[in-house]
Design a protein around this ligand. Structure first.
Ligand SMILES: Nc1ncnc2c1ncn2[C@@H]1O[C@H](COP(=O)(O)OP(=O)(O)OP(=O)(O)O)[C@@H](O)[C@H]1O
Ligand SMILES: [Mg+2]
Length: 372
């Protein structure tokens, strides 16, 4: 039996990476010329995979990967960078060098007794402040001089959630701008935040990187790739069903693949996919994610839940219209606005241009199936 060939929720590279040839070529060139770039795209569209694949395709280069998701302080931000460095420099001798280069943060080397993996731990009382930022970043340059690297700062917009975000950005920028031989890639998903960081004259990072917007993989290319994967398990799927899947997943690269993974699970080898299989796949996704959905709902007030239901039926184009207020029983559009901003901050909804959309299209489908 062939194992499920679909991958979602993880970074995909190599044979699991579909298309984006021109973008990849362009990014590789930028990396080679140490040009800093910023990759902006919606959630689960394929940003991290694109950056990882481009870094992998650039010859003779290693990747320093730092994920800033959820950081709320300069201390956490600095520790994430150091963690990224230790993941790249797995050898003990290197890590000892790192400890020597930044003695003031008093890191300790620890070795996992089971796997032998080395990591750095910090004294809980050591709080890193803004003055540590230049030192930690110069460490990146030092390491790059020993052996070339590309530094990937993922979910970079999270820096804006730090209390002293302006100061943090200023210090990052003032150090990075002198590292002309080190290519930096900044990736992020919350468009208006990333746009502000790189395009607002008030931001320390104003015009400091070439902006690259990424969109969903085009239907023609991605559907062919996915159909090929179904064929490896002798399943066939007609174009009309493929189109339906893209539509249900709001055209989002990762969500489409999540649906295909479930569809594979509910079909036997040799199957020709039918309507009922599509429904079964959705049921499987609901069963797996039900706890998370109920959890989202438990975080919401009655009015917020009603607004959410109104958006499932009326769409998210014009959430401040009287229709949404009426459908949700809100006193006025301004209470709807409050409810919607809370759901945006909880990552249940997100803003796409002037519209709001569900961050997870299957959650919306679940709400619709259960009728609120
Ligand atoms: N080029 C690609 N070819 C095939 N599948 C892809 C590609 N890019 C992304 N995917 C699918 O999308 C999923 C999410 O990809 P990735 O984590 O790179 O996206 P992201 O935009 O960084 O997401 P997040 O917003 O969660 O950080 C992958 O697990 C995979 O299923
Ligand atoms: Mg990502």
């Amino acid at each position: 039996m062939t194992t499920n060939p679909f991958k979602y929720g993880t970074v995909v590279t190599g044979k699991d990476f579909c298309g984006r040839y021109e973008l990849l070529g362009g990014i590789v060139k930028h990396i080679e010329s140490a040009q800093n770039i910023a990759i902006i795209g919606e959630r689960r569209i394929g940003k991290t995979s694109l950056v990882r694949e481009a870094a992998r395709k650039t010859k003779g280069l290693r990747t320093l990967y730092v994920d800033f998701f959820g950081v709320k302080s300069i201390d956490a931000m600095c520790k994430r960078i150091i963690h990224g460095i230790t993941l790249m420099e797995k050898k003990e001798t290197w890590i000892t060098k790192i400890i020597k280069a930044i003695p003031y943060i008093r890191p300790k080397l620890s070795v996992d007794p089971l796997t032998g993996a080395i990591s750095l731990t910090f004294d809980a009382s050591t709080e890193l402040r803004e003055e540590s930022i230049p030192g930690i970043l110069s460490l990146i340059e030092k390491l790059a001089n020993e052996k070339p690297l590309v530094a990937v700062f993922d979910e970079f917009q999270a820096i804006l959630d730090i209390n002293d975000s302006h100061e943090a950005l200023g210090l990052l920028r003032s150090t990075i701008q002198f590292q002309s031989d080190v290519p930096y890639i900044f990736a992020g998903s919350i468009r208006h935040k990333m746009d502000w960081v790189f395009s607002s004259p008030d931001s320390p990072f104003f015009k400091s990187a070439i902006l690259i917007n990424i969109d969903s993989l085009p239907y023609f290319e991605y559907s062919k790739f996915l159909m090929g994967k179904f064929r490896t398990g002798k399943r066939t799927i007609r174009d009309e069903f493929m189109q339906k899947i893209f539509e249900m997943a709001d055209n989002v690269t990762g969500d489409i693949q999540q649906f295909c993974e479930a569809l594979w699970e509910v079909t036997p080898e040799g199957a020709e996919i039918k309507d009922t299989n599509i429904a079964d796949a959705l049921t499987l996704i609901f069963a797996r994610e039900r706890n998370a959905y109920e959890n989202y709902l438990s975080l919401l007030t009655d009015l917020q839940q009603k607004c959410l239901m109104a958006i499932t039926s009326e769409g998210g184009k014009n959430v401040l219209s009287a229709r949404i207020a009426k459908a949700s029983g809100a006193a006025n559009p301004s209470s709807v606005r409050k409810a919607v901003s809370r759901m945006i901050s909880l990552n249940i909804l997100f803003e796409k241009g002037k519209e709001v959309q569900f961050a997870n299209p299957f959650f919306r489908a679940w709400l619709v199936r259960r009728g609120g």
